[in-house]
Design a protein around this ligand. Structure first.
Ligand SMILES: CCCCCCCCCC(=O)SCCNC(=O)CCNC(=O)[C@H](O)C(C)(C)COP(=O)(O)OP(=O)(O)OC[C@H]1O[C@@H](n2cnc3c(N)ncnc32)[C@H](O)[C@@H]1OP(=O)(O)O
Length: 225
């Protein structure tokens, strides 16, 4: 990471903006178990060749369960607070499609701090398939977007992706541990230039460069530039 000529603003607490925050430890084990079961269910549904009676019975069962769960729903924008092994605190939406703790559609990608930036591992099944046996290109971009967005948030302050350029160098395989890394390259005022990579078997399959623009936080415009 190159020199930042602007002071880094203290990481904002989403509660100050009226967003509910759930600490990771407060998520019940029963909900985590349900998320994992539904994650497996999506894969089973996507691939099943069961007979029609079984399909009809499963649809009715799932419809009933969905109705029971929908009785109480979270507020849109609910955040989860994660305490990283490094001691850093990270906030993200609890249903984030890539990393959300309660989203059964999320792989999920869990990232931890390294001396260079962030690193995580994820293995994707056929739910994320594009070409036969390979990860969908849009999902590759999503993994990279999440990684560069998170590293920007952890090392500076949260921002939105203004520009993301993905270079697909090699096919990215399913059912293979993928290493995802991201780092901050430089900071210019509110602009954070970041980069990220996906590796399979140690070989880079995709890489991205991106521009994150830090969100304007009331009262901090002077520091943010
Ligand atoms: C919370 C922890 C974890 C978070 C992880 C999340 C990962 C996922 C991230 C996402 O998916 S974000 C969702 C996708 N992105 C968006 O929806 C963003 C939509 N775009 C916007 O909302 C605005 O365009 C944006 C906030 C990016 C910028 O608007 P601003 O009004 O704040 O910026 P402004 O126009 O003042 O420009 C500030 C600087 O950035 C530059 N800039 C802004 N947009 C740009 C762009 N698109 N391309 C190049 N440069 C850009 C602009 O030229 C200027 O440079 P200078 O300071 O040098 O003059």
């Amino acid at each position: 990471m190159t020199v930042n000529t602007q002071p880094v603003t203290e990481r904002p607490d989403p509660r100050a903006f009226g967003l509910p925050v759930v600490e990771q430890a407060q998520i019940p084990a029963e909900l985590r178990s349900l998320v994992a079961r539904v994650h497996d269910l999506v894969d089973a549904v996507a691939n099943t060749e069961a007979d029609t009676d079984t399909l009809a019975e499963a649809a009715a069962t799932v419809e009933g369960v969905t109705g029971r769960l929908n009785v109480a729903r979270r507020q849109i924008g609910t955040m989860v607070q994660r305490d990283l092994q490094s001691g850093d605190v990270e906030y993200g939406t609890i249903t984030n499609i890539v990393s959300g703790d309660t989203n059964p559609a999320a792989p999920p990608l869990l990232l931890e701090r390294t001396p260079e930036g962030l690193r995580g591992e994820v293995t994707l099944n056929t739910v994320y398939q594009g070409p036969p046996g390979l990860v969908h290109g849009g999902w590759i971009a999503a993994l990279l977007d999440q990684a560069v967005g998170s590293v920007s948030a952890v090392e500076t302050t949260p921002g939105l992706t203004a520009k993301l350029e993905v270079n697909y160098r090699r096919p990215t395989p399913l059912f293979t541990p993928l290493e995802v890394t991201a780092e901050v390259d430089r900071v210019e005022g509110r602009k954070v230039f970041v980069s990220g990579r996906i590796r399979a078997h140690g070989e880079v399959t995709a890489e991205a460069t991106a521009l994150m623009v830090q969100v304007r936080i009331p009262g901090t415009e002077t520091q943010q530039g």
